[in-house]
Design a protein around this ligand. Structure first.
Ligand code: AGP
Length: 612
């Protein structure tokens, strides 16, 4: 998500804000900018790319920074509009009398934008939803920025934290938030705003946490907070004892565990905006017509690593809901096996970073043979996104840990949505069944929250097992694909030799490796395959294995067979992967932690593999 920093005081506002933005670089961003008030003159500088690009621009412009005591800054993680100078924040109102920075998404920005163009002749310059905020404020501005803010937020829907400054008000910053973080830092003769604590730790450890719907007005010596009725509210001071490093992880020990816990939010963001009021799926960014979809005689899903594992679930979903044959391939193989691809092929690339070279090369190969290119990507404006005909973004937010977790589950969500959409458009998916699956998907974030509350059980299991050197993950149906992901999580952060195999395959050779105390994680969440899995558990137990069974709540029969059991909340077989993977992520995390591994940056690995 984007980062916000604001300052008002007697110091050098530009220096303090840029420093604060640099403390937020870890969150991932694609552009940055700053708005400064020089005694009534508003100036905005913003640049695509790293903050150093912005600093060079500021240096070149040689402003009199000693005379600037009010500034707001921003690091952007693009959601609407590719990364560019013009789409970067801050955004100016058309008259350049107001400047804003914004974090989040204004869902009804198009209707507001249309109204401002038609009724006020506003000329927009960017592709962003955020620019609407600046223009809307300027329309309501009659010399009182605080008043204008209340009127603007009464009209906006979505998730946002906003900071605004006005040329004619060099003595204050006005800010607000709804479902996006914002806090006010208390200084001495100065005050601060930020989206995240690390930006301000150098200057203050005393904060006011701004609540949803509240407006906060900062002057040098005062911080006023108002509720949505514009009544003043009092707020306890929140004291932060974290050091800078743990503040970046918002108190978690590693980005990975933080991102595991961010999955319910990521899934909600990825799902909810794509569902109409009647539950129909709206695929923004995907321009597939009924003719297009009926014209496909095959789908290739191509990716690497975790994204490939998401593709395997995509195969189940598309074949089950859209009745189109699907081939899933690792990108590094696809591009060298002269695949059968033509204009009747839908090629789906899945990539968190959107920069994985193998996946990009496979995409180019398919494109050269006439395939329709769709991609599921987490980074807006990345290479894979730019080279696709249709892009379906996961809205997981920046994923910092090398081991992918929230990107994987949001990729699964996207695959379900694409499959449901194609099935309905093709007319091969019964509306009642479609609606049941949509309801199941909607219920996942809350079930995931419940699952995460049971983290301690898995943590204890990790303490018991962390010395293990060989682990087998087995499963049937979609569980066999989730087993691959669970195995990859464990091996890449704990360096344990782990292996995944379809449970039905065990007897064809691999079971020779099972001996006393071999750890087997048996994923048994598919009702229709549960009895089969119990037999597989018996098979490996008979050879001395220690079995962790993973099953749906209520399937207590597994406890007679397994050495330990982890339950996931009840749900339909079709959507269990969204839940089953999470205990495996947590188990891998705590085993790696017990082993003292470098969890966020495992040896030999990179977050984005941009080489062959
Ligand atoms: C996942 O935990 C790994 N870090 C790795 O397998 C990753 O999924 C793979 O490199 C693909 O990356 P991408 O999604 O950015 O294309």
């Amino acid at each position: 998500m984007c980062g916000i920093v604001g300052y008002i005081g007697s110091g050098n506002a530009e220096k303090i804000v840029i420093e604060g933005l640099k403390k937020l670089e870890y969150r991932g961003y694609d552009s940055s900018g700053i708005a400064m008030n020089f005694d009534g003159k508003l100036v905005v500088e913003k640049r695509k790319g790293r903050i150093t690009n912005l600093e060079e621009a500021l240096e070149k412009a040689s402003y009199d920074f000693g005379n600037c005591h009010l500034a707001i800054g921003h690091t952007r993680w693009a959601t609407h509009g590719a990364p560019s100078d013009v789409n970067a924040h801050p955004h100016f109102s058309m008259d350049h009398r107001i400047a804003i920075v914004h974090n989040g998404i204004v869902e009804n920005y198009l209707e507001i934008k249309d109204r401002l163009i038609k009724e006020h002749g506003i000329k927009f310059v960017s592709e962003t939803d955020s620019e609407v905020v600046a223009q809307l404020l300027s329309v309501y501005y009659k010399g009182d920025l605080e008043e204008a803010m209340f009127r603007a937020i009464a009209e906006m829907r979505g998730a946002y934290s906003i900071c605004a400054i006005a040329a004619d008000e060099p003595d204050r910053i006005v800010a607000t938030r709804k479902d996006a973080p914002l806090l006010a830092g208390i200084g001495n003769g100065c005050n601060f705003l930020a989206s995240d604590i690390p930006a301000l730790l150098k200057h203050s450890r005393e904060f006011y946490l701004i609540e949803n719907g509240e407006v906060v007005v900062l002057t040098r010596n005062d911080i006023k907070i108002y509720n949505s009725e514009h009544q003043p509210v009092t707020r306890d001071v929140f004291h932060v004892s974290w050091d800078a490093d743990s503040a970046e992880k918002e108190g978690y020990d590693h980005f990975m565990i933080k991102e595991i816990h961010e999955q319910p939010k990521g899934l909600t963001e990825t799902l909810e905006r794509r569902l109409g009021a009647d539950g129909t799926v709206k695929l923004d960014g995907i321009h597939l017509t009924k003719e297009d979809i009926e014209g496909f005689d095959r789908v290739y899903i191509v990716a690497c690593g975790t994204a490939y594992h998401a593709g395997l679930i995509g195969k189940y979903a598309i074949e089950k809901f859209a009745k189109i044959p699907v081939e899933v391939d690792v990108a590094s193989e696809f591009r060298y096996r002269d695949p059968f691809v033509d204009s009747r092929t839908l090629f789906i690339a899945i990539s968190q970073s959107g920069e994985t070279l193998d996946t990009l090369a496979a995409l180019r190969e398919a494109k050269s043979k006439g395939a329709r290119i769709m991609s599921v990507v987490n980074v807006v404006g990345s290479s894979v996104a730019r080279e696709s005909d249709d892009v379906f973004y996961t809205w997981a937010g920046p994923e910092i840990a090398v081991a992918s977790t929230k990107a994987y589950t949001t990729q699964l969500m996207c695959m379900y949505l694409i499959a449901l959409y194609m099935g309905r458009v093709k007319g091969v998916l019964e509306k009642a069944y479609h609606d049941r699956i949509v309801e199941e998907l909607r219920a996942i974030p809350a079930k995931l929250e419940k699952l995460l509350e049971g983290e301690q059980v898995i943590k204890n299991l990790a303490k018991e097992l962390y010395r293990i050197e060989h682990v087998f993950f087995i499963g049937r149906g979609t569980d066999s694909a989730v087993a691959l992901e669970g195995s990859l999580k464990l091996k890449e952060i704990s360096y344990i030799n782990s292996f995944a195999i379809a449970a039905g395959e065990l007897k064809h050779g691999t079971i020779a490796l099972i001996e006393k105390d071999t750890l087997v994680v048996a994923l048994s969440t598919q009702d229709r395959l549960f009895e089969k899995m119990l037999s597989n558990i018996q098979e490996v137990k008979a050879r001395g294995a220690f079995v962790i069974g993973v099953a749906k709540e209520g399937n207590a029969a597994i406890e007679e067979q397994a050495s330990r059991t982890i339950y996931i909340p009840e749900c339909m077989d079709e959507v269990t992967p969204l839940l089953t993977v999470v205990p495996l992520q947590i188990l891998a995390y705590y085993i790696a932690k017990e082993r003292g591994c470098d969890i966020d940056k495992p040896k030999n690995l990179a977050k984005s593999v941009t080489v062959e």
